[in-house]
Design a protein around this ligand. Structure first.
Ligand SMILES: Cc1ncc(C[n+]2csc(CCOP(=O)(O)OP(=O)(O)O)c2C)c(N)n1
Length: 648
C-alpha cells in the first residue's frame, strides 16, 4: 500500500512548516480549554509535534471520508488530551469538527465532549478517558486488522497508532493487553508513549520505579526512544517502526505544556491552563500573534493538503444463514430434550452458528473448556497465522473485554469470549464502555450462580446479574434451557448497538420449552411460559435461568391459578410497550420472583411487598444441590412463600 502523498502546492516543506502546524494544535487546545474554562491543555501541547509528523508524513486517511475502512486508525488512549484529536479533525478538514465545535468544547450538544466519545464521522475511533482502555482497544483494532488482512488481503492493510501516557501504562489493563499484543506479534501497531514523567499528583517517580521500555521489550515489542519535539527523529522512529515485525513502542521524551512560560514540564500543566499571563506567554514563546481560534490560511492549508482519497469498500457481515441455523437448533433441542448445562447448550449453539457466521471471533480468558466457547470450526489465531477465529486471551479478563471492544469498533468482526461470571468484575470497566459506545460485543459468562458448587463463594456470583443489569444499554440474558439459549444467542448476535452478556450455568438444567416455536419468545424479554385458566392468575411466578425449573415445579404443586413467567432478559422486557408490560405485571396476583442472585433488579417486576427467593449473602463451598437447599432456593420455598402470602 502506498503512503499518502501530500498535495505538492500547499504541503509542508520545511521544519518550520511542521513547527507552525504543531503550534496550531497547541494554540487551539489552549484557546478551547480557556474558553470552556475546563479541560486538559498540557497533553496536546506536549504531543503536538508527534501528531504533526505522523499526520503529515505517514498517516493514511481521507478527511472527506472518515469511514474509509482501510484508513489507518489513530487512538488517543490518554483521552483527557481530547483537544489533540479535535484539533486534528478540524485542522485536517473533517466536516463535522468545525471551528464552532472547537469553540463549543465540552458544551452540551457539541461534538467535542470532555473526553473523546467514539464518532467515526468526527474521526474519533473510540471512547477514551478511563486510562488504559484506549491502548487495549488499539490491540483489538490491530488484531482485527491482521485477521481481516488474512481474509481479504490488501483491502485491509493499515496501521494502528496509539497515543498513550504514563497513566495508561500504570493501569493494569495495559499490562494485559500489551503483553498479548507482543505475543501475537502485532507488527502494525505503533504506540507513542508521552514520556513526560508527570501525572496529576506530581512526577511519576513518586509512585513508579519500573522501566517502561524494558517492560515492553519483555512483552516482545520493538523499542525506540526519541526527543518528542524533534521532527526528524520522530520521522525516523516511525519509519523504523513500520518496518519492524513486532509491535512498536516509541518512547517520546516530551514536555507537558510545551511552550508555557512557567508551567512547561510541570504536573500543573496537566489540567486546564487558563491564566491570562501564562496564555500570553505561550503565544509569545511560540511566536503566535493571531487571535484566539484564528489559524492563518497558510498554516491551515498545509494541514488541509494532507490525506488521500479512500474508497467505499468494507467487509460484509453475512447474517443470511443465521435464521436457519437458529431454527434448526431449536428443532434439535425440542426433539432431543437435553438435560445439560446452559454453557454446554451454548457450545452446541456455537457449533452450528460459527460455520454460518464467519465474521465471529471467539476466545476465552483461559477457561475455554469451561466456557464452551471453542467449537470444531474454531481455529486459534497465532503470530504466524492470523487466518483464524479464536483467541487464547490468557488470564486477562479486563484486557480481553477491552480488546473485544477494539475488535468490534474496527468493524467487520463480531467478537465473543468467555470467562466465569464472577470475573465480570475484572472486565466490567470495558463492558461499561462497550455499552456506552454501543458496540456489539458478546460476553459468555458461565458458572452464573451458587450452582457452580464446590469452588465456593470466591467463584459464586451473587450480585453480578444485578450489577450487569445496572449498566445502561447492556443486555443481560439468562436462558433456562436449550431453546432459550439458542434464542438468546440470536438476539445477542442481532443486537448491533449494544453489548450482550449470556449468563450460563455450570450445572445441568432440564428442558423447559417443549416446542421449537417459530418466533423468538426471548425477544420480549419476559413471557408467559405456562398459563392458568381464566384471565387473572392468582399467583405469578417469575424466574430466570436455572431457577425457571423451580418455578415450574412449584406451579405444579400449587395447582390452578398459577402463571409462570420466564424472564431471560429484563432489559428487553422493559423496552416493550406498556400494554405488554401491564399484561404480565398489572394484575392482582401474588407475585414471587426466583433467581439465585440478589433481589436488586427484581423489585421493579414484583414490587417491594412481594416475596423474592434468592440470595442475600455470599455463597459457600459445597455441592450445588446442597447449596440450593442451604440457601432456601427451592420449589418448597416458593410454595411456602405463596402460601404465607395467601394467608395474608
Ligand atoms: C482509570 C482512570 N483513573 C484515573 C483517571 C483520572 N486521571 C486522568 S489523567 C490522570 C493522570 C494521567 O497521567 P498521564 O497519563 O501522565 O497524563 P499527562 O499528565 O502526561 O497528561 C488521571 C489520574 C482516569 N481518567 N482514569
Amino acid at each position: 500500500m502506498s503512503q499518502p502523498q501530500p498535495t505538492p502546492s500547499s504541503a509542508p516543506q520545511t521544519d518550520l512548516d511542521l513547527k507552525q502546524m504543531a503550534n496550531a494544535i497547541r494554540i487551539l487546545a489552549l484557546d478551547a480549554v480557556k474558553n470552556a474554562n475546563s479541560g486538559h491543555t498540557g497533553m496536546p501541547m506536549g504531543m503536538a509535534d508527534i501528531a504533526t509528523v505522523l499526520y503529515s508524513k505517514f498517516l493514511k486517511f481521507d478527511p472527506k471520508n472518515p469511514h474509509w475502512f482501510n484508513r489507518d486508525r489513530v487512538i488517543i488512549s490518554n483521552g483527557h488530551g481530547s483537544m489533540l484529536p479535535y484539533s486534528l479533525s478540524y485542522l485536517t478538514g473533517n466536516e463535522k469538527i468545525t471551528i464552532e465545535e472547537i469553540k463549543n468544547f465540552r458544551q452540551l450538544g457539541s461534538h467535542t465532549p470532555g473526553h473523546p466519545e467514539v464518532d467515526v464521522d468526527a474521526a474519533i475511533e473510540t471512547t477514551t478517558g478511563p486510562l488504559g482502555q484506549g491502548i487495549s482497544n488499539a490491540v483489538g483494532f490491530a488484531i482485527a486488522e491482521r485477521v481481516l488482512n488474512a481474509k481479504h488481503g490488501d483491502k485491509v492493510d493499515h496501521f494502528t497508532y496509539v497515543f498513550v501516557g504514563d497513566g495508561c501504562l500504570m493501569e493494569g489493563v495495559s499490562h494485559e493487553s500489551c503483553s498479548l499484543a507482543g505475543h501475537l506479534g502485532l507488527s502494525k501497531m505503533i504506540a507513542f508513549f508521552d514520556d513526560n514523567e508527570v501525572t496529576i499528583d506530581g512526577r511519576t517517580d513518586i509512585s513508579s520505579s519500573d522501566d517502561v521500555k524494558k517492560r515492553f521489550e519483555s512483552y516482545g515489542w520493538e523499542i525506540s526512544e526519541v526527543d518528542g519535539h524533534d521532527h526528524g527523529a520522530i520521522e525516523k522512529a516511525i519509519e523504523a517502526a513500520q518496518k519492524s515485525d513486532k509491535p512498536s513502542f516509541i518512547a517520546c521524551k516530551t514536555k507537558i505544556g510545551y511552550g508555557c512560560p512557567t508551567l512547561e514540564s510541570q504536573p500543573k500543566a496537566h489540567g486546564a491552563i487558563t491564566g491570562d499571563e501564562e496564555i500570553a506567554g505561550v503565544r509569545q514563546n511560540l511566536g503566535w500573534s493571531h487571535a484566539p481560534f484564528d489559524i492563518p490560511d497558510d498554516i491551515l492549508s498545509m494541514w488541509r493538503s494532507l490525506g488521500v482519497q479512500g474508497d467505499d469498500w468494507s467487509p460484509e457481515v453475512d447474517f443470511s444463514g443465521l435464521d436457519k441455523v437458529i431454527a434448526e437448533l431449536k428443532e434439535s433441542f425440542a426433539t432431543d430434550k437435553p438435560t445439560k448445562a446452559t454453557r454446554q447448550l451454548s457450545g452446541a449453539c456455537l457449533e452450528k452458528i460459527l460455520p454460518a457466521l464467519e465474521s465471529m471471533i471467539g476466545g476465552s480468558a483461559d477457561l475455554t473448556g469451561s466456557n464452551n466457547t471453542k467449537v470444531s470450526d474454531s481455529k486459534v489465531i497465532t503470530k504466524d497465522d492470523y487466518n483464524g477465529n479464536y483467541i487464547n486471551y490468557g488470564v486477562r479478563e479486563h484486557g480481553m473485554a477491552a480488546i473485544m471492544n477494539g475488535i468490534a469498533l474496527h468493524g467487520g468482526i463480531i467478537p465473543y469470549a468467555g470467562t466465569f461470571m464472577q470475573f465480570a468484575d475484572y472486565s466490567r470497566p470495558a463492558i461499561r464502555l462497550a455499552a456506552l459506545m454501543e458496540q456489539r460485543v458478546i460476553h459468555v459468562l458461565t458458572h452464573d450462580s451458587i450452582g457452580l458448587g464446590e469452588d465456593g463463594p470466591t467463584h459464586q456470583p451473587v450480585e453480578h446479574l444485578a450489577a450487569l443489569r445496572a449498566i445502561p444499554n447492556c443486555y443481560v440474558y439468562r436462558p433456562c434451557d436449550g431453546i432459550e439459549t439458542a434464542e438468546c444467542w440470536e438476539l445477542a448476535l442481532k443486537q448491533e448497538s449494544a453489548p450482550s452478556v449470556l449468563a450460563l450455568t455450570r450445572q445441568g438444567v432440564p428442558p423447559i420449552r417443549e416446542e421449537a416455536d417459530p418466533v423468538n419468545k426471548c425477544e420480549l424479554g419476559a413471557y408467559i411460559l405456562e398459563d392458568c385458566a381464566g384471565d387473572e392468575p392468582e399467583v405469578t411466578l417469575f424466574a430466570s435461568g436455572s431457577e425457571v425449573q423451580l418455578a415450574m415445579e412449584a406451579s405444579e404443586r400449587l395447582g390452578d391459578g398459577v402463571r409462570v413467567v420466564s424472564v431471560p432478559c429484563m432489559e428487553r422486557f422493559w423496552e416493550q410497550d406498556g400494554e405488554y408490560i401491564q399484561s404480565l405485571l398489572c394484575n392482582n396476583s401474588i407475585k414471587v420472583a426466583v433467581e439465585a442472585g440478589i433481589r436488586q433488579s427484581w423489585d421493579r417486576m414484583i414490587g417491594g411487598h412481594n416475596p423474592f427467593i434468592g440470595m442475600d449473602s455470599f455463597g459457600a463451598s459445597a455441592p450445588a444441590d446442597q447449596l440450593f437447599k442451604h440457601f432456601g432456593i427451592t420449589a418448597d420455598a416458593i410454595v411456602e412463600a405463596v402460601e404465607s402470602k395467601r394467608k395474608g
